[in-house]
Design a protein around this ligand. Structure first.
Ligand code: AKG
Length: 277
């Protein structure tokens, strides 16, 4: 099972803090995934976010049509199967509400009224948690605690609010096809339905839904800048006969073009060595 890391005492108690860094390092090297509990985001905020995303998707299609597009330069959009359209790879048994939160948050009226308030509340709290996580990751790499944040890892973010309806033929479909994230870091909230799996030592391992926990995974960019010390791994979501499964994936990622100035990333110099060039 992927590690569950208790963040109690982080930044407060030196010995707990050290222990947490060791667990984070271990999880990032072996799994690329871990769950966090006691992360500072109240349970009612998590429940309200799941509920807000569910309410958005369960609205009259006529209301949702207003923001239906495949144009990802839009700050707020709704669609399904972007992979099928863009990469012609796979159909996913899900619909997604997508919103870009940084570098500039959308104006409130751009977000769907049914979940607007909770989106601002939840994403502000995940940003605070993200700051803690990037500090821990920096320290786990032997870098100054603010190194990753100062490298721009938190400058651009976007969020998916996924909705996986009950699937009549779950053996013939996947909820989300196998992929690795292109982000630096992803923080994922899921409801109790389950179905998320990670590829570990060539086997698909279930990531159970733990009430109050958030799943954290590393993306390709962190694997790149950590010079391969940390891993970005494949994961997928099974389609289920029961539903709806609701999840919220918050990505800390590079700026999308045309960002100005464009940042260029490569392995962090301090992590290069004779043995690991
Ligand atoms: C993604 O949005 O990239 C995911 O992997 C979604 C995972 C999930 O819904 O649990």
């Amino acid at each position: 099972c992927i590690p569950i890391i208790d963040l109690t005492g982080v930044d407060e108690d030196a010995s707990l803090h050290r222990e947490i860094i060791n667990k984070v390092r271990d999880a990032c090297e072996k799994w690329g995934f871990f769950q966090v509990v006691n992360h500072g985001i109240p349970l009612n905020t998590l429940d309200d976010m799941i509920d807000g995303i569910r309410r958005f998707h369960e609205q009259d299609p006529e209301v949702k049509k207003g923001i239906y597009t495949r144009d990802y330069t839009k700050k707020v959009l709704y669609n399904s199967n972007p992979d099928l359209h863009r990469k012609k790879t796979a159909a996913n048994w899900r619909d997604s509400l997508t919103f870009h939160m940084a570098p500039k948050q959308p104006d409130p009226e751009e977000l769907p009224a049914v979940c607007r308030d909770i989106i601002f509340d939840y994403t502000n709290k995940v940003t605070t948690l993200g700051r803690t996580l990037f500090k821990l990751l920096s320290e786990a790499l032997g870098l100054h605690p603010t190194y990753l944040e100062e490298s721009g890892c938190m400058e651009a973010t976007f969020c998916f609010g996924h909705y996986y309806p009950a699937c009549p033929e779950p053996d013939l479909a996947l909820g989300t096809a196998s992929h690795a994230d292109s982000s630096f870091l992803t923080v994922l909230l899921q409801n109790q339905i389950g179905g998320l799996q990670v590829l570990h030592e060539n086997q698909w391992i279930d990531i159970p839904s733990v009430r109050g926990a958030l799943v954290v995974n590393l993306g390709d960019m962190l694997q790149l800048i950590s010079n391969g010390k940390f891993v970005s791994v494949y994961h997928r979501v099974l389609a289920k006969a029961i539903g709806p499964r609701v999840s919220v994936a918050y990505f800390f990622r590079i700026h999308l073009p045309p960002a100005n100035p464009l940042r260029v990333y490569g392995p962090i110099k301090k992590l290069l060595s004779e043995e690991n060039p």
